[in-house]
Design a protein around this ligand. Structure first.
Ligand SMILES: *Cc1c(COP(=O)(O)O)cnc(C)c1O
Length: 407
């Protein structure tokens, strides 16, 4: 296929674009503003969501030094499992999910959770709200902590309350593509003032200010301001995606080719915090627009026979960075991706494999049967809910899905 120099490339998720004035930000306390915006205690800030998880785990390890296992969903970001490398001798127990959904398989979880389990990580994928209450019930019986991984769901609410507050500890990610961004960043909090204090002390010990990393991230943040636009994203995203797919390397294509060496530990610098505080003033209006757009597009996606679209249950008010879909089978998903993945329309896959599919993660994982998570990995795809996805783009995506479903 021939491509013009300026190939249009839609972003795979709805990231909040920066304005030039965000880069010359006034003084502001980002943590206080986040607390106000989200209705959470003033959060601690880290260099990444993964670093936030590492701090959470190390803090819990101080409390219960004899527990050496954490349970995580078998289909999740490989970084979640790699965090265990920084908390020796912690090992990962991947737990299967319910069939066709984002929650744990409760029976499996109840079997796996025991007095050796330091924590269970509940994951709010794709802006959705996972069932934390069910997990708390199982974990509490063993004195096991519950961590809410809300990396993809900042702004999502359950019964009017921010995700991350029901469990012991919650965290958001400020990585590029997750919504509000500092290029990389993490937001860590607990409804327990005591745990929050302990995590604050852990951060003071473990996260130094590192000038080299901070400078690099500031340059990248300016790069985001410049390049995060459909006219320019092909240069920094689309081309790499196509060349990785041409090599048959789907893991690199979606940016999940992480190793333990990809997790620097340092602070989140003040300049980037101020940039994010400036962008935060547009956050809630922007999320409302995303929700409105999602509502009408969800109605269209629901018409596709045999397709499951992840949505909110009663009392859940999720956010909409992208739509997460399950096709009827692997073959139809793969046919859809063949037509859509390199079309520049913002259709991609979230995590390519279950945790057992990543060589860097394997040494940290204990074996466990995970048929439903395998099925989820085989059938899922994602559709961007960026405001740059026009109605025509979306109609084209739906027509391709309809076509592959009937062949
Ligand atoms: C991105 C992500 C993380 C890690 O966050 P980073 O800020 O990229 O370190 C953790 N969990 C989930 C579900 C994620 O999507």
């Amino acid at each position: 296929m021939s491509r013009s120099f300026f190939q249009r490339q839609l972003p795979p998720t709805a990231g909040l674009p920066l304005l030039w004035r965000d880069l010359l930000p006034p003084r502001a306390d980002f943590s206080d503003r986040l607390a106000q915006e989200l209705g959470i205690p003033p959060p601690l800030l880290t260099c990444s969501g993964t670093a936030a998880l590492i701090i959470a785990l190390r803090t819990l390890q101080q409390r219960q030094p004899n527990r050496h296992r954490i349970i995580v969903p078998a289909w999740t970001c490989p970084l979640v499992a790699l965090a265990a490398h920084y908390c020796p001798p912690l090992k990962i127990v991947p737990c299967d999910m319910e069939y066709g959904g984002i929650n744990f398989d409760r029976e499996r979880l109840a079997q796996l959770c025991d007095s050796q389990t330091l924590a269970v990580v509940v994951t709010h994928y794709a802006g959705r709200v996972a069932d934390t209450a069910a997990v708390i019930k199982i974990a509490a019986a063993h004195g096991t902590a519950v961590i809410e991984d809300a990396a993809q769901s900042m702004g999502a609410k359950n019964a009017g309350e921010s995700v991350g507050l029901a469990g012991d500890i919650g965290f958001f990610s400020l990585a590029m593509g997750k919504g509000l961004t500092t290029v990389e960043g993490g937001v860590l909090f607990s409804r327990s003032a005591e745990l929050q204090k302990e995590m604050e002390r852990q951060i003071a010990r473990d996260l130094p200010w590192r000038a080299g990393w901070e400078l690099r991230r500031i340059i990248e943040l300016w790069g985001y301001r410049l390049m995060y636009h459909p006219d320019r994203l092909d240069w920094v995203y689309g081309r790499q995606l196509r060349s990785a797919l041409n090599r048959g390397d789907a893991v690199t294509a979606v940016g999940d080719d992480f190793t333990v060496d990809d997790i620097p530990l340092h602070t989140l610098g003040h300049y980037r915090q101020r940039v994010a505080a400036s962008a935060l003033t547009r956050f809630s209006a922007w999320q409302q627009q995303n929700s409105l757009r999602a509502k009408s597009r969800l109605a269209e996606l629901r018409q596709l026979a045999g397709v499951t679209v992840l949505q909110d249950g009663p009392h859940q008010q999720g956010v909409w960075p992208f739509f997460l879909l399950l096709m009827p089978d692997r073959a139809s998903r793969d046919r859809a991706m063949q037509h859509l993945w390199t079309a520049g329309l913002g259709v991609t896959r979230l995590f390519i494999h279950t945790l057992f599919g990543y060589p860097a993660v394997m040494p940290l994982c204990l074996p466990s049967p995970i048929p439903n998570a395998e099925d989820f990995a085989a059938r899922s795809l994602s559709i961007s809910n960026s405001h740059w996805v026009e109605d025509d783009d979306f109609a084209l995506i739906v027509s391709v899905l309809r076509a592959v479903l009937t062949t």
